[in-house]
Design a protein around this ligand. Structure first.
Ligand SMILES: NCc1[nH]cc(CCC(=O)O)c1CC(=O)O
Length: 313
């Protein structure tokens, strides 16, 4: 079995390559003698880095090429940031492994100010996440949110060029790429509830490839999988992806899961929240439950407004 080669389809961004190398190292460590190689490819999302993703078809753009490579047997597994993985998989593919979660929080990064609270009135903050924007503007209606996209290195370079007073990034991406010291302050989940799956890496492969699925088993992290399952169930019920103002975050309390969800108006001023606690064996239904509560509070109207502008993913 270990004489088999595993080919990892990956995007070429620094973070994607880091994640693919991480999975390669973990697989080689778990299975001495196994050969693991990287198959780097350019996704449509990477070619369109400067346009608002919400206007060019959503996050799915980053995974489609990788999935095609799996289906055409040009690669065996694809490594993804869980927060970018669409809820549904093409026929013949599925998610078979979720690795241990890195810090799930959003990070405040500034060369001038120590924290969100210290930003002067009217400061310019870079993010292109409607989820971050909705939460920031609700807390600080005075801030000016400016569009910021590109990979992690590009975003930091734009901050350093003086285009923004501060930017918000996922702490996990910064930590993985060795930029932990650029995190000026991590933002409490109470102040910026993360995106579903943020900080977790997942592995997709062919449903029929039981041999690969067995090889992936040692990389699976059960607590992370349970948490991300609840978060993704919430997102799925709201038809959401990363490019919608939906946040959700689950933590384990013994055998119980505590799931918090939020839908916010990107223009600020309105954050709908809901939460529940229940047995971790019910992760998916807890997600649906919180999503239903958000809908009952009026989340549908906010999402309709966003989808109306961008189209559902
Ligand atoms: N949206 C892009 C993206 N996808 C995953 C990460 C970071 C790491 C992660 O969440 O695993 C990022 C960058 C960011 O949001 O700052």
């Amino acid at each position: 079995m270990s004489s088999r080669e595993i080919r990892i389809a990956t995007r070429k961004s620094a973070l994607a390559l880091w994640q693919a190398e991480y999975v390669k190292a973990r697989l080689e460590q778990a299975h001495p003698g196994l050969t693991v190689s990287l198959v780097p490819m350019v996704s449509r999302g990477d070619k369109l880095l400067d346009s608002p993703l919400s206007k060019i078809g959503g996050k799915g753009l980053f995974v489609k090429e990788l999935e095609t490579a799996l289906l055409e047997n040009e690669a065996d597994i694809a490594v993804h940031s869980m927060k970018d993985v669409p809820m549904d998989f093409p026929q013949g593919l599925g998610l078979y492994c979720i690795c241990e979660r890195e810090d799930p929080r959003d990070a405040f990064v500034s060369n001038t100010y120590a924290s969100l609270d210290e930003l002067p009135q009217g400061s310019i903050v870079g993010t292109s996440s409607l989820r971050r924007q909705a939460q920031l503007l609700t807390r600080r209606p005075d801030l000016q949110i400016r569009f910021l996209r590109g990979n992690v290195n590009t975003r930091l370079a734009k901050l350093d060029a003086g285009e923004y007073d501060a930017i918000i990034l996922a702490a996990a991406g910064l930590i993985r790429l060795g930029f932990e010291e650029r995190i000026t302050s991590a933002i409490n989940v109470e102040d910026s509830l993360p995106a579903g799956g943020q900080g977790a890496v997942g592995i997709e492969c062919r449903t029929a490839d039981l041999e690969i699925q067995a090889l992936l088993k040692p990389l699976d992290h059960q607590p992370t999988e349970v948490r991300v399952t609840a978060e993704r169930a919430l997102n799925k019920h709201l038809n959401g992806g990363c490019q919608v103002p939906i946040a959700c975050y689950a933590v384990l309390e013994g055998d119980n899961l505590w799931l918090r969800g939020l839908v916010g108006d990107p223009d600020g001023g309105l954050l709908l929240t809901a939460e529940t606690r229940g047995p971790q064996t019910e992760a998916a239904s807890l997600g649906v439950q919180v999503a239903e509560e958000l809908l009952a509070k009026g989340a549908g109207a906010i999402l309709q407004k966003v989808y109306g502008e961008a189209g559902p993913q």
